[in-house]
Design a binder for this molecule. Structure first.
Ligand code: E4P
Length: 220
């Protein structure tokens, strides 16, 4: 399973990359706005900076703002031209599916975002999306079962042979990561804090303290 960080914060991306376990980055317009990145040139430069930090073989999702076919194609082609690892992130709407089909034919990688149902997952895979982003946390927020959706899509893709990678998005906690892995997600994207949360276990801390104390007692 691959680990992406879901942020546009360069320090957080750098910190995740330094851990040696980072496979890619996802961003969205809200995350870019949170970092104060505005204006086309700054946005494009920011994506280039992210690609430089993560290295050549890591995918970086950059989301289009346009919601019409022609606009999405224009933006997506520009984004894809920034770096070979840019993945054009396209919303799950009618023109989005049309745009994903176009990008697929052009050999441009895509991430179909804002996915909340198995039907949407089938359509995106049929259009050839490289990644599919079902939003686990946002489903949980409205008391639907986000992880159950990952399980359902994994079963469908396994049965049908669709090659689209399930990128479990809106992952907010270490438990979500474990559940998404069990449910068959190929990728999780989450804040670095959720990844770091996987480290924690009180018995690890107690065990390490005891090892160090015993070593000190024996060695002075
Ligand atoms: C990533 O691709 C999504 O845009 C993101 O995971 C959404 O997360 P949120 O629901 O925590 O905003």
């Amino acid at each position: 399973m691959q680990f992406f960080v879901d942020t546009a914060n360069l320090n957080e991306i750098r910190e995740a990359a330094e851990l040696g376990i980072l496979d890619g980055v996802t961003t969205n317009p809200s995350l870019m706005a949170k970092e104060g990145i505005t204006g086309e040139k700054n946005v494009l430069d920011h994506y280039k900076a992210i690609c430089k930090i993560v290295g050549d073989d890591k995918d970086v999702s950059a989301e289009v703002i346009a919601t019409d076919y022609a606009g999405m194609i224009k933006e997506g082609v520009k984004l894809a031209g920034l770096h070979e690892n840019i993945v054009v992130k396209v919303p799950m709407i009618r023109d989005g599916i049309k745009a994903i089909s176009y990008f697929t034919n052009e050999g441009i990688k895509t991430n179909c975002t804002l996915v909340f149902s198995a039907g949407q997952a089938i359509l995106a895979a049929k259009a050839g999306a490289t990644y599919l982003s079902p939003f686990v946390g946002r489903l949980d927020d409205i008391s639907w079962d986000g992880i159950a959706l990952i399980e359902e899509i994994a079963e469908i893709y396994e049965t049908t042979g669709f090659e689209t990678a399930i990128l479990a998005a809106s992952i907010r906690s270490p438990l979500h990561i474990v559940q998404a892995a069990k449910a068959g997600a190929h990728v999780v994207t989450c804040p670095l804090s959720a990844i770091l949360g996987l480290l924690n276990h009180p018995l690890t801390d107690i065990g390490l303290a005891k090892f160090l104390a015993d070593h000190k007692k024996a060695n002075g």
